[in-house]
Design a protein around this ligand. Structure first.
Ligand code: SF4
Ligand code: SF4
Length: 157
């Protein structure tokens, strides 16, 4: 089965669902990853899949999509792009830096602890040579640190 067909099926879409995309790029304008100035464009990803072009592990959305669904909320057709990204990751046997960070956070804290996730993801981003995006990412970290609270263990009764 072609990569496109496999992913669309896995995401619960039909290929025709992608044909309704207007190419308006509202999804790109609200995308969290695009906001970090990383060259991520959900509309381009959909178009490539619709045209049957293969998307590889280095695509910025495959690597960094946070599954925030901001693109879906803003899309006039509510196209579930994160579902498609998850299908791609499954197809390519890979995960995002945020998923790795979230899993680590759950292993340590027993839940997703946002400051840890962002700091850990920052290290992945640095290691992967995305240092030029760090200043933008730090704005997110500072906003999170401002609302920081210390996690505590819940007493078992
Ligand atoms: S779910 Fe992924 S593609 Fe959509 S806005 Fe969030 S980071 Fe961007
Ligand atoms: S917002 Fe929706 S319709 Fe517009 S380009 Fe993105 S996926 Fe296509």
């Amino acid at each position: 089965m072609q990569q496109t067909d496999y992913i669309i099926e896995l995401a619960g879409h039909k290929k025709e669902d992608l044909s309704v995309c207007l190419g308006c790029r509202i999804c790109a304008s609200v995308c969290t990853v695009n906001d970090l100035e990383i060259n991520a464009n959900p509309q381009e990803l959909l178009m490539n899949l619709f045209l049957g072009l293969n998307v590889d592990k280095d695509d910025p959305l495959v690597r960094f999509c946070t599954n925030c669904y901001r693109c879906t909320s803003a899309c006039p057709w509510q196209i579930r792009i994160p579902d498609i990204v998850r299908g791609l990751r499954e197809n390519l046997s890979t995960g995002s830096v945020f998923e790795h960070a979230i899993i680590e956070s759950i292993n340590i804290w027993g839940r997703m602890y946002e400051p840890y996730v962002f700091l850990r993801a920052s290290l992945f981003v640095l290691k992967d040579g995305w240092a030029r995006h760090m200043f933008r990412m730090m704005e997110y970290v500072i906003n999170i640190v401002r609302s920081i609270h210390v996690p505590h263990k819940v007493k078992r009764i």
